[in-house]
Design a protein around this ligand. Structure first.
Ligand code: PMP
Length: 362
């Protein structure tokens, strides 16, 4: 029997247990056909039905307007760091970037290969000394830029921008670590993209949601595999897509619909995050360095007041079935990633463990 383990990994992250069980039940004998989904042709009518249903379901979940393409891409989130400029620059020379942490920085590094980057560093500290992001009305942007790129949820620092930024530029957002965790007003965006391995499915797949009028502008040298117009024209099957990941993503979308859609999912996520942040705030043993208004509901970094206890904390957590709590090497400390698939019982178990650990080490 599988031991009770709660996996707080930032990605690849845990997938919903019900989805894993369904995939397992169908693994070698999908729909009684005697083969696995991963063994059938992506051109078969059975597979096309899976692929189209997944697309319909994510459209319904995110309420994606009809004038947006949903592309199932390869190359993960980073692939999109290059795909976005290659497809959207057109005859413009520059991209406005908002820098709020490691992932927006990584997007800038890649974007500079294709355009000049106008970078606004929006991280600051509030009057309590907590990390926060400047209000978007204060962001400096290049009015000549092809678009404004930002990252609504910095996975490493646990910093979120909860409002859709105010801008006259086309808005491009890396939703890798927050997609499907709450409703999004897609109509405010030119392009939304996300690597799959947090709230969508297995790694490698990425989803790009792009407004129709932005197609047909790709740089002539854009590799076909990154070209949104090519992908849209081929139903995301220009080459052999990651069929099994797409199928699993479809199972995740069905699971989200069964939960009641993204409004319901958002409430669950708020409750989970509140449990953890409230405990951290009530304790002098643990600390989260982010201002409440910019706290991520998906990634909760925290430190122990005495960091010489970090290794012991992680060891004991693991012994208690609470795994992958080590913070990213860049920021240290701990990080609990609590994506959609993490049940509230997992967060309760974590908080109970943190309480016991604090009591025995205070
Ligand atoms: N953007 C964000 C916000 C991420 O968290 C990650 C991965 N953790 C990436 C981009 C990169 O994704 P990938 O590893 O799929 O390229």
């Amino acid at each position: 029997m599988k031991p009770q383990v709660y996996n707080f990994c930032a990605g690849p992250a845990m997938l919903p247990t019900a989805v894993m069980a369904k995939a397992q039940a169908e693994f070698v004998n999908w729909q009684g056909k005697g083969v696995s989904v991963m063994e059938v042709s992506h051109r078969s009518k059975e597979y096309i039905a899976i692929a189209e249903k997944a697309e319909r379901d994510i459209r319904e979940l995110l309420n994606i307007p009809n004038n947006y393409q949903i592309l199932f891409c390869q190359g993960g989130g980073r692939g999109q760091f290059a795909a976005a400029p290659l497809n959207l620059l057109g005859d413009k020379q520059s991209i406005s970037y908002i820098e709020t942490g490691e992932w927006s920085r990584a997007a800038i590094v890649e974007g500079k290969k294709f355009a000049s980057a106008f970078v606004h560093k929006a991280m600051t500290r509030d009057s309590n000394g907590k990390v926060c992001v400047e209000d978007s009305s204060l962001w400096k942007t290049d009015p000549q830029a092809a678009y404004l790129h930002y990252c609504p949820n910095e996975t490493i620092e646990g910093v979120a921008i909860n409002e859709v930024p105010q801008t006259d530029l086309d808005l491009v957002a890396d939703f890798s670590s927050t997609i499907l965790s709450q409703p999004i007003d897609v109509s405010k965006f030119a392009l939304i993209y996300a690597g799959a391995q947090k709230n969508i499915g297995p790694s490698g797949l990425a989803i790009a949601i792009v407004r129709d009028d932005l197609l047909n502008k790709a740089h002539i040298d854009t590799p076909s595999i990154l070209n949104y117009t090519t992908l849209a024209g081929a139903g995301s099957m220009y080459n052999t897509p990651p069929t099994y990941s797409w199928y699993l993503a479809g199972l995740v979308f069905e699971w989200l619909k069964d939960l009641g859609g993204l409004e319901a999912v958002a409430k669950l996520n708020q409750a989970k995050a509140a449990l953890l942040y409230d405990y951290i705030d009530s304790s002098s043993f643990y600390n989260n360095d982010v201002a409440p208004s910019n706290r991520s509901l998906m990634n909760v970094p925290f430190t122990l007041q005495n960091d010489s206890l970090d290794a012991e904390f992680l060891k004991q957590a693991e012994e208690n079935g609470l795994v992958t709590l080590k913070g990213h090497r860049i920021v240290g400390g701990m990080r609990a990633s609590i994506y959609n698939a993490m049940p509230i019982e997992g967060v309760q178990a974590l908080v109970s463990f943190m309480q016991i650990f604090a009591k025995s080490h205070e």
